[in-house]
Design a protein around this ligand. Structure first.
Ligand SMILES: [Ca+2]
Length: 248
């Protein structure tokens, strides 16, 4: 009888110890499907020939790129895998290691004035923030037009940005909830029904109006984890999983 109780207690303890793994990055809350899905990456297949496969059937592979020996690492947790980006460099380091993921310019990633949603799962701490951390974007703020999702401020709030083609008018909405707490969070940006909304873990956490005429369309690549490898900042230094993009 005593042994039996002991085994039960051990089993309960073992169950408790494995609990943290249940929230692992592979557990996307809602898996998007259907014709609107134009890109999806879950990293579970790892990097093959330096690329991450698209799972939507409509997107291009993400190419791993790095500078100054920086690289995106593909790490395993439970049954899933995810991407991890280089650490923050000290300001004094002249050749900071950097890395990002990139796809070439694609029509499906240029929404124009149509509905558009972009999302990812992120895990980072406040110590991994140095200015803005660009999670994903197509285009840059001062050229043509842009859509972007970044983590900003000291506590790590999610910011969704649209820059309109032609006028360069900027629309930015920031989440009320911070995400830089060391846990995985599902974050998304959505332009639909005349608004731009930011959501954290499925709950809309900020919203603003966007005129129907605002168009985002450019010749730039889509980049994940930073705006480019040449500049001084805005790199993402945390972990990332489950990217998807929906159009229309
Ligand atoms: Ca994954």
């Amino acid at each position: 009888m005593f042994d039996c109780m002991k085994i039960l207690r051990l089993a309960a303890l073992s169950a408790l110890l494995t609990l943290p793994l249940l929230g692992a990055p592979a557990s996307a809350a809602v898996e998007p499907t259907g014709p609107a899905l134009v890109a999806r990456y879950n990293f579970d297949g790892g990097a093959v020939d330096g690329k991450i496969n698209d799972l939507s059937g409509r997107g291009a592979a993400l190419t791993l790129r790095g500078a100054n020996t920086g690289q995106v690492s593909i790490l395993t947790e439970g049954a899933g895998r995810y991407a991890a980006f280089p650490a923050i460099c000290a300001a004094a380091v002249p050749n900071c290691a950097k890395a990002l993921l990139e796809t070439p310019d694609r029509a499906d990633l240029d929404p124009g004035t149509r509905n558009f949603k972009w999302a990812a799962s992120v895990r980072l701490t406040a110590a991994q923030l140095s200015g803005n951390a660009n999670v994903m974007q197509k285009g840059v703020a001062n050229t043509e037009s842009q859509w972007k999702m970044q983590v900003t401020s000291k506590t790590g709030r999610v910011q969704c940005v649209l820059v309109a083609r032609g006028s360069a008018q900027t629309f930015a909405v920031t989440s009320a909830r911070p995400v830089a707490d060391g846990s995985w969070h599902r974050i998304s940006c959505e332009r639909a029904n005349g608004t731009l909304a930011v959501a954290v873990d499925g709950v809309v956490s900020g919203r603003m109006a966007v005129p129907a005429t605002v168009s985002v369309e450019n010749d730039m690549p889509m980049r994940v984890g930073g705006p480019n490898l040449a500049g001084a900042g805005d790199m993402y230094h945390g972990q990332l999983d489950d990217i998807f993009i929906q159009l229309g």
